[in-house]
Design a protein around this ligand. Structure first.
Ligand SMILES: NC(=[NH2+])NCCC[C@H](N)C(=O)O
Length: 417
């Protein structure tokens, strides 16, 4: 089955898209980690083994797993035009300093015969030593001249995309539609180029309705989008997602998308600090009536309920201030919602395991969730609450500050509520 179908966070997971971490994790200068939004320099071999274990676990649960890099390479194999168009845009957005340098990078990428290797190269970043630079140029720009004389030690010519394995963020699936996201920071925004490309030319995705595209002028990231039920959607108003992006989605969902079942969108305000990057670092759903939660968010929250207005194009907005469980009960129609705090009552365990994405779980089916092995206190609690745990290794994967949910983009799930 092709296409997108996601109306919940918990219905039997049928199809996901992932990205296996690649050489981008070798192109991480420690002094650029802040800029690259990555927190450490993982050991690539082990990160790959762990990622393979994650994929094996998904497959053992009957989930079809697609690799982003393969999908993009398939489009290049199908048409040299698609390859050329992607590379044009890739170069335009790669922040390469100097026209001549951009031409060198383009020539280098054009020289790849194998399309999969090419796609992986665009993700990995390019260092100066990979390019066969002539000794002197007929310089046409000052920038190229400065590159030659002063930038010899600036190793990266094109930045890597180390966060691409957190594939949840560059796009989001909502019902049968998607958002292809303008991401908050320019450093991550290049990631959604791949999705823009797939949704414009891969035969399995080309007909998907888009609620928002990366040319829209406000940022949003998929970690902020949670499909609560067929009729209710939750979106975080966060460091990464601007309220105007949610206005845009609401207008499209309520007025311009045929067959959309969503009647209410709940915009959850979360603090704009890096500790709360996305809604899915704050809570994730693990069963019909259970959620894991970052304890720092307990207490009352401000949530805006958006619904279709009566005049054409109008969206109605109502504000709620209440405890998270009450709001979730109201939004999903499920009573007796239970929140399971990351790390339980132990404050130190809680901050430690929150740092390692103890709240960012991936639900495979109601009550069965994938968790990182290292979050032992939280996992123990979840086990005692009756959850079935699919535990995956996480020594290296966790170093970029993303968990099982953000490492997967659910493309198809069974309906639940
Ligand atoms: N959906 C998520 N929780 N994504 C986490 C992404 C972490 C990544 N290092 C970033 O800052 O963007």
């Amino acid at each position: 089955m092709t296409g997108i179908h996601v109306t919940s966070e918990i219905g039997n997971l049928r199809k996901v898209c992932v990205h296996r971490p690649g050489d981008e994790l070798l192109n991480l200068p420690p002094d650029s980690l802040d800029r690259l939004l990555f927190n450490d320099v993982p050991f690539l071999d082990v990160a790959q083994q762990e990622h393979d274990a994650f994929v094996d676990m998904l497959r053992s649960q009957g989930v079809e797993v697609l690799y982003l890099e393969n999908l993009v390479a398939e489009t290049f194999d199908a048409s040299p035009k698609f390859r050329a168009r992607f590379l044009d845009q890739f170069i335009a957005e790669a922040s390469i300093k100097g026209d001549q340098m951009a031409k060198e990078v383009r020539a280098y990428l054009d020289s790849f015969e194998d399309n999969l290797a090419l796609v992986k190269k665009t993700m990995a970043g390019i260092t100066r030593s990979e390019l066969d630079l002539p000794r002197t140029y007929p310089y046409t720009t000052l920038q190229d001249m400065v590159n030659e004389h002063f930038n010899r030690d600036s190793v990266l010519v094109v930045d890597p995309m180390p966060n691409l394995c957190f594939i949840r963020d560059p796009f989001a699936c909502i019902g049968e539609s998607v958002t292809v996201n303008r991401m908050h920071s320019p450093i991550r925004n290049r990631e959604s180029l791949y999705m823009e490309h797939l949704f414009s030319c891969h035969p399995d995705f080309v007909n998907t309705p888009q609620l928002l595209s990366r040319t829209d002028p406000y940022s949003i990231e998929g970690g902020d989008v949670l499909n609560l039920t067929r009729k209710s959607l939750a979106v975080g108003v966060s460091q990464r997602t601007e309220p105007a992006a949610i206005d845009h989605i609401a207008r499209n969902v309520f007025w311009n998308t045929e067959g959309s079942e969503i009647e209410r969108i709940f915009a959850f305000e979360i603090p704009p600090y890096s500790e709360f990057t996305h809604l899915d670092t704050v809570f994730t759903q693990i069963d019909v009536d259970k959620y894991t939660v970052h304890p720092a968010i307990l207490g009352s929250m401000r949530v805006y309920e958006m619904s279709k207005g009566s005049r054409p194009g109008e969206v109605r907005i109502k504000r709620h201030v209440d405890a998270l469980e009450r709001i979730l009960e109201y939004a999903t129609g499920v009573d007796g919602i239970k929140l399971i705090p990351c790390g339980g009552q132990d404050r130190l365990a809680s901050v430690r395991e929150q740092w390692n994405d103890g709240t960012n779980t991936l639900c495979i089916k109601p009550g069965t969730i994938c968790v990182y092995q290292r979050n032992k206190v939280t996992n123990d609690l979840l086990y005692k609450e009756g959850l079935e745990l699919l535990v995956v290794p996480s020594a290296e994967l966790s170093r970029g500050r993303g968990g099982p949910r953000c490492m997967s983009a659910a493309l198809q799930r069974a309906d639940v509520l």
